[in-house]
Design a protein around this ligand. Structure first.
Ligand code: ATP
Length: 231
């Protein structure tokens, strides 16, 4: 089964910050769907992704991933749920600088026994993914992560999100540092790999030109109300 997202009556504000709040009355993403989320800067796209990943929790409402209402889980259970079910590509990639690209890619498996069990040979699977994403073996196994270009780091972050076939891939502006040709190629690779794993793909980007590659595109303003004050 692949991930579905069902959000109802969600309300959220960052602790100690009264100037911004987000309300999402009703948002559904079908299992296996590829959804492109766009919207003005500061409207809460990254905040919504943090909620969907269980990194933060709403003050009200339901946020159900594959039948599990994330706000019902403790913080540690949410961390386990995320490790097992969600591959995340963060805006700044969040790669560990002191670990090799290969070690970075394998890291999520250390926290996700079921995801790990789906990978018979970890090294071979990491190399299969990186090869599909256009990275050569020597670079993945021998280079220092800090030696990689931004585009190479993006591919490592994508392989880390894809390894072990999580049901949901969440990508927060993963192409922002790439030129237009590289952006389109990266999205196509991400899509092919997500499709092969039967995963749902949710991607945030400012670049509306990428939207037509997705099953659906959604402006956050059409599904959410964000309050943005001056404080
Ligand atoms: N970790 C955080 N702690 C406190 N406030 C935050 C945090 N992350 C985001 N915010 C605030 O939440 C609001 C929405 O920001 P968010 O990053 O979700 O918007 P966005 O639509 O993703 O913007 P952009 O397109 O510029 O990346 C902003 O006021 C921002 O300052």
């Amino acid at each position: 089964m692949v991930a579905s997202i069902d959000i109802k009556g969600l309300r959220f504000s960052w602790r100690g910050r009264t100037s911004f709040s987000l309300a999402v009355p009703d948002l559904k993403v079908a299992a296996g769907e590829k959804l492109f989320l766009l919207g003005e800067s500061g409207t809460g796209k990254s905040t919504l992704l943090s909620l969907i990943c269980g990194i933060t929790t709403p003050s009200e409402g339901r946020l159900v991933l594959d039948g599990t209402n994330l706000p019902d889980l403790s913080a540690s259970a949410r961390d386990r749920f995320r490790a097992e079910h969600i591959g995340v590509i963060f805006q700044m990639f969040n790669l560990l600088p002191y670990a090799s690209p290969l070690e970075n890619i394998l890291l999520p498996l250390a926290f996700a026994p079921n995801r790990k069990a789906r990978v018979a040979n970890q090294r071979a699977e990491a190399l299969r993914l990186t090869s599909a994403l256009g990275l050569n073996e020597t670079l993945v196994t021998s280079a220092g992560t800090t030696e990689l270009s931004i585009g190479q780091q993006q591919r490592v972050a994508a392989a880390r999100a894809l390894i072990g076939g999580p049901k949901l891939i969440v990508a927060d502006e993963p192409t922002s540092a790439l030129d237009a040709t590289s952006q389109a190629a990266f999205v196509d690779l991400l899509m092919t790999q997500a499709e092969a794993a039967g995963a749902t793909l949710l991607m945030v980007s400012h670049d509306a030109r990428l939207a037509n590659r997705f099953d659906r595109h959604l402006d956050l303003a059409d599904v959410a109300q964000a309050t943005r004050g001056m404080a």
